[in-house]
Design a protein around this ligand. Structure first.
Ligand SMILES: [Zn+2]
Length: 228
C-alpha cells in the first residue's frame, strides 16, 4: 500500500506494476554513496577524495547538534568548499521529528526488549520510505534531488551522522534511488568499507522485521524469532 512509487515520482513510464516504473539513466551520475560524518575530518575528506565524490548531500534533520564537530552547521559547507566538494542540505531527505521521536520513545527505554526495538526500527524505516516516496515524492520532476541526480556529478555522497548504513535512513534513500533510476550503483563509504575502523556499537537497529520493497531491502530476521 505505501509503496506506490511509480505514481509518486510522476514518471512517464506507464506500467501495470507501478513499482517497476523507472527514470532514465542520468547523463553523468553513476554511483550514489552513503557516508557518515562520525569520523575525523581528515578521514572524511580523505574518503571523499579517494572515492572521487564531488557532491555531498546532507540528509540530517538538523546540522547543529552538540556532537557534530566538523559537520556542524555552516562549518561543513565551508570545509566542503575548501575541498572542492559541492554541498547541499536537502531537508526533504531527512526523517521527520515525529518519526524519530516514535522510534526513540521505544528504543531509549531501558526496559525495551530487543524485539520491541526491532519493531520500532522497522516502523521508522518503513515510515521514512513512505515519507520520501509517497508523501514528499522526492524524485518528482524539478525536485532538488532529481535535479542533482541529472546534474554534472558522477559520484554523489549522501550524509548522515549514523555510523553504519544499516542503522540509518540513508540506506533506504540510496536503495530507492538505485531502484528507480536506471544505471545507478550504490556504495556505502562506512569506515569498515574504506580502510578504517568499523563502528563497534551493538546496534539495536540491525533487525528489520519486514522488507522495504521500494528500496529493495530485504527483512533481516532476529535470531530465534519466528517468521510472521
Ligand atoms: Zn542516519
Amino acid at each position: 500500500m505505501p509503496e506506490q512509487l511509480g505514481i509518486a515520482f510522476g514518471t512517464p513510464v506507464p506500467t501495470a506494476d507501478s513499482t517497476r516504473a523507472r527514470l532514465p539513466r542520468p547523463p553523468s551520475l553513476a554511483t550514489v554513496c552513503g557516508i557518515s560524518c562520525g569520523m575525523s575530518a581528515r578521514h572524511f575528506f580523505g574518503t571523499l577524495e579517494a572515492e572521487r565524490v564531488t557532491m555531498l548531500v546532507d540528509t540530517r534533520q538538523t546540522t547543529t547538534y552538540r556532537d557534530a564537530r566538523f559537520a556542524h552547521g555552516d562549518d561543513l559547507a565551508y570545509a566542503c568548499e575548501r575541498h572542492d566538494v559541492g554541498y547541499a542540505h536537502i531537508a526533504e531527505l531527512a526523517p521527520t521529528a515525529d518519526l524519530r521521536a516514535a522510534y526513540h520513545k521505544v528504543a531509549d527505554g531501558k526496559s525495551a526488549a530487543r524485539e520491541e526495538r526491532a519493531v520500532a526500527w522497522t516502523a521508522f524505516l518503513k515510515g521514512y520510505a513512505r515519507l520520501v516516496s509517497t508523501d514528499r515524492k522526492v524524485l518528482r520532476e524539478g525536485s532538488p534531488l532529481r535535479d542533482l541526480l541529472y546534474g554534472p556529478h558522477e559520484r554523489i555522497a549522501f550524509l548522515c551522522a549514523c555510523q553504519h548504513h544499516e542503522d540509518c535512513h540513508r540506506r533506504v534513500l540510496l536503495g530507492m534511488i538505485a531502484k528507480h533510476v536506471d544505471g545507478i550503483a550504490v556504495a556505502h563509504l562506512g569506515p569498515e568499507n574504506v580502510g578504517g575502523i568499523a563502528p563497534s556499537l551493538k546496534s539495536p537497529r540491525r533487525y528489520l522485521l519486514e522488507p522495504i520493497p521500494s528500496a529493495d531491502i530485504p527483512a533481516s530476521r532476529m535470531p530465534g524469532r519466528r517468521a510472521s
